[in-house]
Design a protein around this ligand. Structure first.
Ligand SMILES: O=C(O)[C@H]1O[C@H](OP(=O)(O)OP(=O)(O)OC[C@H]2O[C@@H](n3ccc(=O)[nH]c3=O)[C@H](O)[C@@H]2O)[C@H](O)[C@@H](O)[C@H]1O
Length: 433
């Protein structure tokens, strides 16, 4: 007989002694209440643990989703700051939204625009791809010159639409991106998130804005990939990317073409060649070589097969800034409005390099002299993780159309970088990890 058979279908039919029944029922109710109470406590603890624990919160677990965390923005005081930062203070000045403003190039470009009287509003998600305290220090620097950085992600279209509601930006300088060639193997989705989804989200908002802004954005020398014809010209093939980073930048160029074609957005892509300088990125070789040489740690120097030289067309950040400003100055207006194309619009791509590649081992020699410390060189085979052997820009197009003329050689530029590095990290800041 199953225990279910014990339960009366019509309870009244049973004649039971009163007191034990009442007593049992009370006890049963009391236990049920206790059980319910403790179940709630237990469930509550699970919920608290889930949201607090970094290892179980999917938002914190997946680094590509770090930037989806919520930010505080909005309100009259915030809007006032946005408006004031974007206010044009010179005749014929621009009102520019700079994405990635707390980044390396973003900080330099924002400061330069502000200096000449343009209105500048920054946007940055302050992710932790590298030491966020360096981004905060750059933010503090910009704040002192009147540039406000909104904290938020380019994938947040509600925020982007709000920014365009508050300010009629004439230009967007789009520098927010997931950078770094080798990190793409560690965290591929962060590249898709920022360099593809983020770009589309931004262009979607730009195309619907009225007036539509002109957009200048950072592509990369890495789009030349396995191309062996040097120097790299904008006419050369870019269909052999060697890293996912390069592939997402190349995809960006195609996406730019689409938005230009369908919506009449004015778009200029700038292929930066290994940009370096003060306030640089700690994930780049010149930066962490400096840190490790000073610490007495050995540095891995890549060489190609058969002791082949690995070289880069290192470009100083001030030269890049001049190229960015020239691209903004020569950008024609977008032709569409409210999501509708009215006529053909400008679509451009330029190399911004230095036109003089330097072997990585020479970069190390320059650093040794500047730091007055011998490096512990660890010569290694160029890993197959996205690095290419050689980059060299042909800049004649940028020279002709933007008046771009780089003027800083590696020796001079590194001297300025080292001076900044030593003063920044001796001012109580720990060397970037
Ligand atoms: O132009 C670009 O579009 C890209 O430039 C930059 O990439 P890269 O040119 O690869 O710079 P970076 O890592 O500083 O390596 C410099 C050199 O040191 C060599 N290198 C590197 C690491 C190492 O441990 N050892 C080494 O020899 C290495 O082989 C290379 O020859 C940006 O990071 C990237 O975001 C993108 O903007």
């Amino acid at each position: 007989m199953s225990h279910l058979d014990d339960i009366p279908s019509t309870p009244g039919k049973f004649k039971m002694e009163k007191s034990p029944y009442v007593h049992n029922r009370l006890r049963w109710h009391f236990s049920l209440a206790k059980l319910t109470f403790w179940s709630f406590i237990f469930l509550g603890l699970i919920v608290v643990f889930f949201f607090r624990s970094p290892s179980s919160n999917p938002l914190l677990q997946d680094p590509s989703r770090r930037s989806l965390r919520t930010y505080n923005w909005g309100g009259p005081a915030w809007e006032k700051q946005v408006r004031s930062s974007a206010r044009i203070r010179s005749r014929n000045g621009f009102s520019v939204l700079v994405t990635g403003a707390a980044g390396f190039v973003g900080t330099h470009v924002s400061a330069a625009l502000k200096r000449r009287g343009d209105g500048v509003l920054g946007l940055d998600n302050f992710n932790d791809y590298y030491d966020p305290s360096l981004k905060r220090a750059r933010q503090a620097l910009l704040e002192r010159s009147g540039v406000f950085i909104v904290e938020g992600d380019i994938n947040d279209s509600v925020l982007l639409r709000k920014l365009f509601e508050v300010v009629a930006f004439t230009h967007v300088m789009h520098l927010a991106a997931q950078a770094g060639v080798r990190y793409a193997m560690e965290n591929p989705s962060s590249y898709v998130h920022s360099n593809i989804a983020g770009l589309v989200s931004l262009l979607e908002v730009c195309k619907s804005a009225n007036p539509q802004p002109a957009i200048v954005w950072a592509s990369s020398s890495s789009v030349y990939g396995l191309n062996t014809k040097v120097p790299f010209s904008e006419r050369d093939r870019t269909d052999q990317p060697a890293s996912l980073y390069a592939a997402t930048k190349k995809a960006g160029e195609e996406i730019a073409h689409t938005f230009n074609h369908i919506y009449g957005l004015s778009l200029t892509g700038l292929r930066f060649f290994t940009v370096y300088g003060p306030w640089g990125r700690p994930d780049m070789a010149y930066f962490f070589f400096t840190r490790d040489i000073l610490k007495g740690k050995s540095i891995p120097i890549f060489e190609a097969a058969n002791h082949g030289t690995v070289a880069r067309d290192f470009t100083y950040v001030d030269d890049i800034v001049k190229g960015c400003l020239a691209a903004l100055d020569t950008a024609e207006k977008s032709t569409g409005s409210g999501g509708k194309k009215k006529g053909p619009a400008q679509l451009r791509v330029y190399n911004l390099g230095n036109t003089s590649p330097v072997p990585v081992s020479d970069l190390v020699s320059i650093l040794e002299k500047l730091l007055k410390v011998n490096a512990k060189r660890n010569i290694m085979k160029l890993p197959r993780n996205g690095d290419v052997q050689f980059t060299h820009a042909n800049i004649s197009l940028a020279q002709r159309e933007l008046g771009y003329k780089p003027s800083t050689d590696l020796q001079t530029g590194l001297k300025k970088f080292v001076r900044w590095y030593v003063s920044y990290y001796s001012g109580g800041k720990k060397a970037a990890g």
